[in-house]
Design a protein around this ligand. Sequence first.
Ligand code: BTN
Length: 271
Amino acid sequence: MLDDVLTVDTVLADLPTRWLGRPAHVFASLPSTNIWLMEQARQSAPAGTLTVADVQTAGKGRLGRVWSAPPGAGLLFSLLFHVAGPADMGRLLMVVGTGVAAGLSDHLGVAARLKWPNDVLVHDRKLCGILGEATELPATPPASGTAYAAVIGIGLNVNISLDDLPPPPVGGLPPTSLLVELGHPVPRVPLLHTLLTAIETRYDALQGGVSPLAEYRRLCATLGKPVRVTIGERVVEGVAEDVTDAGYLVVRQADSQRVEVHAGDVTLRAS
Ligand code: BTN
């Protein structure tokens, strides 16, 4: 049996990061790490705070969906950042998405790619979902440049067998897990350390003026593909041409019009 217990002690022991993941709050069960951390953010939790849960009873996915994972088999965590405004969310999500994909590739050798905006795929199956949420912090002076709390939640399918993976959402990609891809279980704590380090490195680089865009473009499997993007009632169809520095998807429609898409659900179309 894999020695894979998530506690504050196991998570903090030998954690190689400088600030990300500190402090750490680790729970056997929570409704949602995103909801819990957002509440802490409103009560002045510091940037870098990590929340991990072995089980979520009301895990949140993108676009109002549910995120579910069997107990003890997923890596379910949220990270708190302070940002100047919601416009910073796109770059922050690129930092986290590229960090997760590159961390998985470096640590385990899996060929992780990104599906815009921030699904992590292996062999065109969804391995990991990322949910970003922001809220204004009323107590922070706007001039501080950190008036918003950004909670980024990461749900990674680790030791989940094929039979225990949740069904895909309608029109969505089939899920996969590291166990399915690699054929063996993966200890979660060292994996969490790798992901936190990869995200911290990229976040620090962003603070130093280095955009995550070049790495995002390299890892993004959506670019160059014919896509249909659904944004509420609106549908944009065309070829996914590029991603902007702010993280928007650039779609070239059949009439040559260039459309920037800020949020939405992407499906690939037959070309
Ligand atoms: C998606 O729909 O692709 C995003 C899924 C994000 C799930 C993670 S699990 C940890 C964190 N807490 C939540 O409630 N959701 C995110």
